[in-house]
Design a protein around this ligand. Sequence first.
Ligand code: IMP
Length: 187
Amino acid sequence: MNINLVTSNQGKVEELTSILEPFGHNASQLDISCPEIQASTLEEVVDFGLEWLHNQGTKSPLVIDDAGVFVDELKGFPGVYSRYVYDTISPKGLLKQMEGIENRAASFKCVLGLLLEDGSTHKFVGECNGNIIHEIRGDGGFGYDPIFIPDGSDRTFAELLPEEKNEISHRGRAMKNLLAFVSEKGL
Ligand code: IMP
């Protein structure tokens, strides 16, 4: 399948492409910024984006990706606001907000939205639990990767090889669900 990845985030493009290609799918980036609504869940953001892209007549099949990091002790913040927090105070600012917090448990969540040529829409979810550390570590990945250690590892997402991150990440897991659906449908 030739899939358009609708995102302006290069990190997402690299991860999604490297997961799709070994399964024989071609991925190309469509650098369109969907308007993001104020919503309380990633799913709502994805639903709105898919509908907007469909109404625009954007070439499908296409995939959009909305993700965020949810900190337990901050009641899930920044969550759906992760991008805004990243653009304003950055991961360093989040670490500052978490000074003195002992429970560092957090999870990443990714919701992928798929719009097919027949106009149908589908969502796939992946999550990854772990902990926010106290400093920035590693040069790989993007976004909050340098401050997050997934469960079962002693390295941050930014210290893992791309294929190691994909194997366990929220995005990797959501993509596995998408690929299973695509293969079941024979697409
Ligand atoms: P959005 O999905 O583009 O709204 O991204 C939300 C925020 O989370 C952005 O600042 C991203 O850089 C960040 N983000 C999304 N996915 C990841 C990831 O896999 N690792 C680290 N940060 C991420």
